[in-house]
Design a protein around this ligand. Structure first.
Ligand code: GAL
Length: 947
């Protein structure tokens, strides 16, 4: 038999024309999801098609076969292994050829028609919602076709082949095919029937394709509806009193659909033989005045890129997981999704309609690996492939065209440029002129309606916002989005707030989409979560696949909490001195009437002392007002917290005063009468502190044994510190290591006891270089309180910022509970501190850790005034960053997976005067200048006492 279809550039054979997807209708349907018999072969041609022959699956022929769950990927069910590459094809680039080693899964499913399956001969359609990457299908021994286009639906007419019982559905799935050249997205390669398989009864006069056109005229407040349908019928919308024929236009007063106000009207299309429920959202998308407008209003995308991911099931997502994604997005103020880089499971778009999210629906197309050969032979610039590209465009548009949430079609991702893309754009524009077109690779914006970039740095985005970006004049007239920015790999992304300020400042900047929504870690007994290379791949890109705002189990990362704060739709600017707050509505469409507001006032040492409701008028979009704070407080000016809550009591936004803390800090170090240090032969005592007389190292404080403190400048480099392999910019993680900052040695030059202090002078420096840091630790005390004043002076030609600057201190391993006053509850770094709320917090050492899939620096709390742990209270002046771990930084640095982190018998504290920012250089720009920790002279103080 012929296997030529595998390497055929054409999309397939036998499938029905693509059409609109709908979740349900009055027609009968039968899900064929569930357990299927399964046989894996190493090559496409290992077996002939006898397994598909009639009767094969009925007896014991398939008795030796394994079983897999459909939807699913066989490599996640114990057959073969997943493999991860970013852009490199994991096979020789020789289009359209694929390797002889082509894992091929034969799937068999025997089914009976359920009781009550209509006996008429209207027909039946077999629908595959997603199969990676190429499938050939037989029903009851008859070949019905083969197809490619993994994340797109394919339907086949099978009515003539069905029988009441014992139907044998045979599906042969090849991991590699010509289609793989078009599906080089940065993700795991996961073959299988990974979306639903459904048998749909097609009654006589059943619906075929239909197109719901529902626009909104914001000047008149009316919606105009027309449903074009292949099969004529009636359209009803009860809530609007609408009953019209298909093809007929009706205009009625409506409430519009927006992502903020997702008003859907329940309706139905009745074609005589079938009644299809409709969910209609009236809205008009247009490009006008150089802006993307919906219902006449420019929108600001606060978006994420969403790959489909589940740590056990890969891209085979169930409805609950999809709903969880949407609920998490809404709960974190996200208003837009780019379905990177393929159309999602169709039910996801239903959820976007229902909950309200702007969607950029992206086609299943990426040929990124051709970049390695200067884009030579790129399929998108080769006419032989154009039918496949058009097929993909049509399958996306036809399937998803009835979703109000979809406002922009995207041709694909990172596929270079070429005639095929232009053909797709032209086809889409002809079929659906009522939406906009996006493709980031179209630098001159020939085919698209929006200028889109990925990872442009702040300065460039600012220039674009000001219209100073050059390029063809046509492009300069277009709105701008960052379809990807803020690479959320590991700790980070940094600089979100700085981007958001730019988006707020320039109309042309219509927002951005964080890369990306969720880490694609695979649940794995060996490692907790596995990433690239953990399955013995020849080529792989390591943990570059773990770069999301959610951890693989969908726990929000600190990055998501930061994003939520940065994009919050209500802004509070508190002037504690004047006792006022300016409240601004940053929604595009909603007023504030659906929210409730509260104030609370907290004293540093007492916790919340007063709180109550705040009356805020129903400000319209963009409006702001100044209100009096309800009570004048005499205490600390930074005690105020204002909050906006939705109807469920969920916090949407909050505000605290910007505090200049000099006054606060000064109050923390009252002058006290000092005690004299007491020198001895081995030990020196300074108030509650006992020191080694030779080295000047602290041994105990108030009876609590300690290790150190000593100067510390090292942190386990984050993915963003390390930067991306292709970057020529300063990649700090690598430079730091080259300089030896991970192996700094410490020398004490002098241990001096005077009347009022113990002073230890020293120098910290790595081998092989003359640069270093001169240190002076000055210890003084009264009866209860031990004070350490640190002064650091860099020596030599430092050309890199420091990872951190502070002291490291070991405490007995029993230390667990932590209390502090400062930023919390989560981690924060200089450029990721928007969501850090100054107040009183408590936690445990374990809970302070952020479980980045590849271990790295994490867990610092910012703006800390005091912290209590292991019986010690530390206060800082100025405020400090606080970190506590059960392993050293060196262990953290060496770990590759979370399972490598084994608690030791010391709890290590880092009390940092300063930290280098985080940035986004694991794919994008590095740390902004204002967040760099440039070496310079520094002085800072900590006081210690028991508690
Ligand atoms: C982009 C690409 C994404 C992803 C990201 C890095 O270039 O479009 O698919 O690879 O970089 O994580």
């Amino acid at each position: 038999m012929s296997f030529s279809y595998v390497e055929d550039v054409l999309p397939g054979n036998g499938a029905l024309p693509p059409r609109a997807w709908y979740a349900e209708s009055s027609a009968a349907s039968l899900s064929l999801n569930g357990a299927w018999r399964f046989r894996l072969s190493e090559t496409a041609d290992a077996h002939d098609d006898s397994f598909a022959a009639e009767g094969y699956g009925e007896g014991d022929d398939a008795g030796e076969w394994a079983e897999v769950t459909v939807p699913g990927h066989w490599v996640l069910q114990g057959h073969g292994a997943p493999l991860y590459t970013n852009h490199l094809y994991p096979f020789p680039v020789d289009p359209p050829h694929v390797p002889a080693e082509n894992p091929t899964g034969d799937h068999l499913r025997v089914f009976d028609l359920p009781d009550g399956w209509p006996a008429d001969d209207g027909g039946a359609t077999l629908r595959f919602d997603g199969v990676e990457s190429c499938a050939r299908v037989w029903l009851n021994g008859t070949g019905i076709g083969e197809f490619k286009g993994s994340r797109l639906p394919h339907e086949f007419a099978v009515g003539h082949l069905l029988r009441p019982t014992g139907n044998v559905l045979a599906v042969r799935v090849h991991q590699w095919s010509a289609g793989s050249y078009l599906e080089d997205q940065d993700q795991w390669w996961l073959p299988g029937i990974f979306r639903d398989v459904t048998l749909l009864h097609r009654p006589a006069d059943g619906a075929l394709d239909f197109f719901v056109h529902a626009s909104y005229d914001h000047t008149a407040g009316t919606g105009t509806l027309r449903v074009d349908s292949d099969v004529n019928g009636r359209v009803t919308v009860d809530g609007l009193g609408v009953e019209v024929a298909t093809g007929e236009t009706v205009t009625v007063p409506v409430e519009p659909w927006t992502a903020e106000t997702p008003r859907l009207y329940a309706g139905a299309l009745d074609t005589g033989g079938e009644r299809v429920p409709l969910r209609i959202g009236f809205r008009t998308v247009e490009l006008s005045d150089g802006l993307i407008k919906v219902n006449g209003v420019p929108v600001l995308f606060k978006g994420v890129n969403r790959h489909e991911w589940h740590p056990e099931r890969g891209r085979a997502l169930d409805l609950e997981t999809m709903r969880r994604d949407v609920e998490l997005m809404k709960a974190h103020n996200i208003n837009a999704v780019r379905t990177s880089h393929y159309p999602p499971h169709p039910a996801f778009l239903d959820l976007c309609d229902e909950y309200g999210l702007w969607v950029i629906d992206e086609c299943d197309l990426e040929t990124h690996g051709f970049v390695e050969q200067g884009w030579r032979d790129n399929p998108v610039d080769d006419d032989r492939w154009t039918p496949a590209l058009l097929d993909r465009a049509a399958r996306m548009v036809e399937r998803d065209k009835n979703h109000p949430s979809v406002v922009v079609w995207s041709l694909g991702n990172e596929a270079g440029t070429g005639r095929g893309l232009t053909a797709m754009a032209e086809w889409i524009r002809g079929r659906d002129p009522e939406r906009l077109i996006h493709y980031e690779g179209d630098a001159n914006c020939r085919d698209v309606d929006v200028y889109s970039r990925m990872y442009a740095d702040h300065a460039e985005v600012d220039r674009i916002g000001r219209g100073l970006d050059g390029g063809p004049s046509h492009r300069r007239a277009l709105p701008f989005i960052l379809c990807e920015y803020a690479h959320a790999m590991g700790n980070g992304p940094g600089g979100l707030a700085d981007y958001q300020r730019l988006f707020a400042a320039h109309d042309r900047l219509q927002g951005a989409f964080v890369w990306e929504w969720i880490d694609h870690g695979i649940a794995d007994e060996r490692y907790g979560y596995a990433y690239g290379g953990d399955f013995g791949e020849e080529l792989h890109d390591g943990n570059f696949v773990c770069d999301g705002l959610l951890f693989p189990d969908r726990t929000p990362s600190p990055g998501l909490l930061e994003f939520k704060k940065v994009i919050e739709p209500v802004r509070f600017e508190i002037d504690a001195t004047a006792g006022t707050v300016r409240v601004t509505n940053r929604f595009d469409f909603r007023d504030l009437s659906g929210l409730t507001f509260t104030w609370s006032y907290e004293e540093e040492d007492e916790g919340a002392v007063a709180s109550g409701p705040l009356t805020v008028p129903a400000l319209g979009p963009g409006e702001s007002t100044e209100l009096k704070l309800p009570r004048d407080r005499a205490g600390s000016p930074d005690g105020w917290t204002l909050r906006a809550l939705d109807a469920d009591g969920h916090e949407v936004a909050w505000g605290r005063p910007e505090v200049t803390t000099a006054a606060v800090r000064a109050a923390r170090f009252p002058g006290r009468s000092g005690t004299r240090p007491v020198p001895g032969p081995d030990r020196i005592t300074v108030g509650p502190g006992v020191f080694d007389a030779r080295t000047g190292t602290a041994l105990s404080i108030g009876g609590v044994e300690v290790v150190g403190p000593r100067l510390d400048v090292w942190r386990a480099p984050t993915d963003n510190d390390n930067g991306a392999s292709w970057q020529n910019d300063e990649r700090l993680g690598l430079l730091w290591r080259r300089l030896g900052l991970h192996r700094v040695r410490h020398r004490a030059d002098a241990v001096e006891v005077t009347d009022d202090a113990l002073t230890v002078r020293g120098r910290s420096a790595p081998a092989g270089t003359d640069i270093g840091l001169r240190t002076l630790f000055r210890w003084s005390a009264d009866e209860e309180l031990l004070r350490l004043a640190v002064s650091v002076v860099p020596e030599g030609d430092w050309r890199v910022p420091l990872p951190r600057l502070g002291v490291r201190l070991g405490l007995p391993g029993g230390a667990d509970a932590v209390r502090w006053f400062g930023g919390g509850p989560g981690e924060a770094y200089p450029d990721t501190r928007a969501a850090s709320r100054v107040g009183r917090w408590e936690s445990t050492v374990d809970a302070l850790q952020t479980p980045y899939v590849r271990p790295q620096e994490n867990g610092a709390r910012a703006d800390v005034r005091w912290a209590e742990i292991g019986g010690l209270r530390v206060e800082g002046s100025p405020d400090f960053f606080f970190t506590a771990r059960r392993w050293t930084t060196e262990h953290l640095d060496a770990a590759e997976h979370l399972t490598d982190l084994v608690p030791g018998d010391t709890v290590w504290l880092n009390l940092d005067h300063a930290l280098q920012g985080i940035g986004s250089q694991s794919c994008g720009p590095g740390v902004l200048p204002q967040y760099r920790l440039t070496p310079g002279s520094a002085e800072f103080t900590f006081t210690f006492r028991t508690c």
